[in-house]
Design a protein around this ligand. Sequence first.
Ligand SMILES: Nc1nc2c(c(=O)[nH]1)N[C@H]1C(S)=C(S)[C@@H](COP(=O)(O)O)O[C@H]1N2
Ligand SMILES: [Mo]
Length: 159
Amino acid sequence: MIKILFAAIMVVTMMSASAQTVNISGDVGKPYTLTTAFYQRLKQVSVKAVGHDGKEHEYTGVKLADILSEANAIPDNKLSGKMLAKYILVKAADNYQAVIALPEINEQFTDKVIILANKEDGKPLAANAAPYQVIIPGEKKYGRWVRQVTAISVLTAKE
Ligand SMILES: Nc1nc2c(c(=O)[nH]1)N[C@H]1C(S)=C(S)[C@@H](COP(=O)(O)O)O[C@H]1N2
Ligand SMILES: [Mo]
Protein backbone atom coordinates (compact mmCIF):
# COMPACT_ATOMS: atom_id res chain seq x y z
CA MET A 1 0.00 0.00 0.00
CA ILE A 2 2.76 2.39 1.00
CA LYS A 3 4.64 1.43 -2.18
CA ILE A 4 1.64 2.30 -4.35
CA LEU A 5 1.20 5.60 -2.53
CA PHE A 6 4.89 6.36 -3.02
CA ALA A 7 4.66 5.54 -6.74
CA ALA A 8 1.61 7.77 -7.08
CA ILE A 9 3.41 10.66 -5.37
CA MET A 10 6.40 10.14 -7.69
CA VAL A 11 4.17 10.26 -10.78
CA VAL A 12 2.44 13.45 -9.60
CA THR A 13 5.82 15.03 -8.77
CA MET A 14 7.21 14.12 -12.19
CA MET A 15 4.12 15.46 -13.93
CA SER A 16 4.36 18.80 -12.17
CA ALA A 17 8.10 18.95 -12.85
CA SER A 18 7.60 18.32 -16.54
CA ALA A 19 4.97 21.06 -16.62
CA GLN A 20 7.60 23.55 -15.46
CA THR A 21 9.21 23.95 -18.83
CA VAL A 22 9.32 26.90 -21.17
CA ASN A 23 9.08 26.28 -24.87
CA ILE A 24 11.56 28.41 -26.83
CA SER A 25 10.47 28.52 -30.45
CA GLY A 26 9.76 30.59 -33.53
CA ASP A 27 12.28 32.21 -35.80
CA VAL A 28 15.37 30.80 -34.10
CA GLY A 29 18.22 28.59 -35.24
CA LYS A 30 17.67 25.97 -32.54
CA PRO A 31 14.27 25.76 -30.81
CA TYR A 32 14.38 23.98 -27.45
CA THR A 33 12.49 23.19 -24.31
CA LEU A 34 13.87 25.00 -21.30
CA THR A 35 13.74 22.43 -18.53
CA THR A 36 14.31 23.21 -14.86
CA ALA A 37 17.66 21.41 -15.02
CA PHE A 38 18.81 23.42 -18.04
CA TYR A 39 17.57 26.69 -16.52
CA GLN A 40 19.64 25.98 -13.43
CA ARG A 41 22.75 25.33 -15.52
CA LEU A 42 22.53 28.77 -17.15
CA LYS A 43 24.24 31.74 -15.50
CA GLN A 44 22.18 33.01 -12.58
CA VAL A 45 21.96 36.77 -12.12
CA SER A 46 20.20 39.04 -9.65
CA VAL A 47 18.61 42.40 -10.43
CA LYS A 48 17.03 44.94 -8.12
CA ALA A 49 13.68 46.29 -9.21
CA VAL A 50 10.63 47.94 -7.71
CA GLY A 51 7.80 45.42 -7.85
CA HIS A 52 4.08 45.96 -8.35
CA ASP A 53 3.80 46.38 -4.56
CA GLY A 54 5.90 49.56 -4.85
CA LYS A 55 8.79 48.04 -2.91
CA GLU A 56 12.26 47.20 -4.12
CA HIS A 57 13.01 43.50 -4.40
CA GLU A 58 15.90 41.39 -5.56
CA TYR A 59 14.92 39.07 -8.38
CA THR A 60 17.08 36.13 -9.37
CA GLY A 61 17.04 34.18 -12.58
CA VAL A 62 18.50 33.97 -16.07
CA LYS A 63 18.87 36.80 -18.58
CA LEU A 64 16.34 36.57 -21.41
CA ALA A 65 19.31 37.32 -23.68
CA ASP A 66 21.05 34.14 -22.49
CA ILE A 67 17.91 32.03 -22.90
CA LEU A 68 17.57 33.30 -26.47
CA SER A 69 21.20 32.89 -27.33
CA GLU A 70 20.92 29.19 -26.42
CA ALA A 71 18.34 29.05 -29.22
CA ASN A 72 20.69 30.85 -31.65
CA ALA A 73 18.04 33.56 -31.95
CA ILE A 74 20.49 36.18 -33.20
CA PRO A 75 22.98 34.84 -35.78
CA ASP A 76 26.55 35.89 -34.93
CA ASN A 77 25.04 37.87 -32.03
CA LYS A 78 24.73 40.82 -34.38
CA LEU A 79 21.49 42.65 -33.79
CA SER A 80 21.12 44.89 -36.82
CA GLY A 81 19.42 45.16 -40.21
CA LYS A 82 16.50 42.79 -40.70
CA MET A 83 16.93 41.44 -37.16
CA LEU A 84 15.59 44.77 -35.86
CA ALA A 85 12.07 43.84 -36.97
CA LYS A 86 12.06 40.85 -34.61
CA TYR A 87 10.44 40.66 -31.22
CA ILE A 88 9.69 38.05 -28.63
CA LEU A 89 6.22 37.00 -27.58
CA VAL A 90 6.07 35.77 -23.99
CA LYS A 91 3.14 33.47 -23.22
CA ALA A 92 1.71 32.48 -19.84
CA ALA A 93 -0.30 29.62 -18.38
CA ASP A 94 -3.48 31.75 -18.43
CA ASN A 95 -2.86 32.61 -22.12
CA TYR A 96 -1.74 36.12 -21.17
CA GLN A 97 0.82 37.45 -23.67
CA ALA A 98 3.21 40.38 -23.96
CA VAL A 99 5.90 41.37 -26.43
CA ILE A 100 9.46 42.56 -25.87
CA ALA A 101 11.55 43.90 -28.75
CA LEU A 102 14.98 42.35 -29.21
CA PRO A 103 16.96 45.58 -28.57
CA GLU A 104 15.35 45.74 -25.12
CA ILE A 105 17.21 42.60 -24.12
CA ASN A 106 20.43 43.17 -26.02
CA GLU A 107 23.43 44.47 -24.12
CA GLN A 108 24.76 46.29 -27.18
CA PHE A 109 21.60 48.42 -27.02
CA THR A 110 20.92 48.72 -23.31
CA ASP A 111 22.35 48.24 -19.83
CA LYS A 112 18.94 47.24 -18.56
CA VAL A 113 18.84 43.54 -17.75
CA ILE A 114 15.55 41.71 -18.30
CA ILE A 115 15.43 38.32 -16.66
CA LEU A 116 13.25 35.26 -16.45
CA ALA A 117 13.17 35.02 -12.67
CA ASN A 118 12.34 32.12 -10.41
CA LYS A 119 13.08 33.87 -7.11
CA GLU A 120 12.07 37.06 -5.35
CA ASP A 121 14.26 38.06 -2.41
CA GLY A 122 15.87 34.61 -2.46
CA LYS A 123 12.59 32.73 -2.19
CA PRO A 124 10.60 30.91 -4.89
CA LEU A 125 8.02 33.13 -6.58
CA ALA A 126 4.46 33.28 -5.28
CA ALA A 127 2.18 30.56 -6.61
CA ASN A 128 0.47 32.93 -9.05
CA ALA A 129 3.84 33.82 -10.61
CA ALA A 130 5.82 30.55 -10.32
CA PRO A 131 7.73 28.93 -11.77
CA TYR A 132 8.97 31.86 -13.87
CA GLN A 133 8.18 35.54 -14.24
CA VAL A 134 9.60 38.12 -16.61
CA ILE A 135 11.20 40.95 -14.61
CA ILE A 136 11.78 44.25 -16.42
CA PRO A 137 13.53 46.69 -14.09
CA GLY A 138 12.42 50.31 -14.36
CA GLU A 139 8.99 49.78 -15.90
CA LYS A 140 6.29 52.13 -14.59
CA LYS A 141 3.54 49.62 -15.41
CA TYR A 142 3.69 45.90 -14.72
CA GLY A 143 1.75 44.51 -17.65
CA ARG A 144 4.90 42.98 -19.15
CA TRP A 145 6.03 41.32 -15.94
CA VAL A 146 4.43 38.14 -17.27
CA ARG A 147 3.80 35.55 -14.54
CA GLN A 148 3.74 31.76 -15.01
CA VAL A 149 5.64 31.89 -18.29
CA THR A 150 5.15 28.79 -20.45
CA ALA A 151 6.60 29.81 -23.80
CA ILE A 152 8.75 32.37 -25.55
CA SER A 153 8.66 32.70 -29.31
CA VAL A 154 10.73 34.87 -31.59
CA LEU A 155 8.66 36.46 -34.32
CA THR A 156 9.19 38.92 -37.15
CA ALA A 157 6.99 41.98 -37.45
CA LYS A 158 5.42 42.25 -40.88
CA GLU A 159 3.37 44.93 -42.55
N1 LIG B 1 0.25 35.46 -16.56
C1 LIG B 1 -0.11 36.73 -16.31
N2 LIG B 1 0.85 37.62 -16.02
C2 LIG B 1 0.52 38.91 -15.77
C3 LIG B 1 -0.82 39.34 -15.84
C4 LIG B 1 -1.81 38.37 -16.17
O1 LIG B 1 -3.03 38.65 -16.25
N3 LIG B 1 -1.41 37.07 -16.38
N4 LIG B 1 -1.14 40.66 -15.60
C5 LIG B 1 -0.05 41.63 -15.72
C6 LIG B 1 -0.41 42.92 -15.16
S1 LIG B 1 -1.43 43.90 -16.09
C7 LIG B 1 0.08 43.35 -13.97
S2 LIG B 1 -0.21 44.90 -13.39
C8 LIG B 1 0.89 42.46 -13.13
C9 LIG B 1 0.22 42.29 -11.80
O2 LIG B 1 1.07 41.53 -11.02
P1 LIG B 1 0.74 41.23 -9.50
O3 LIG B 1 -0.56 40.47 -9.46
O4 LIG B 1 1.90 40.44 -9.05
O5 LIG B 1 0.62 42.55 -8.80
O6 LIG B 1 1.09 41.16 -13.69
C10 LIG B 1 1.23 41.14 -15.08
N5 LIG B 1 1.52 39.78 -15.47
MO1 LIG C 1 -1.66 45.87 -14.96
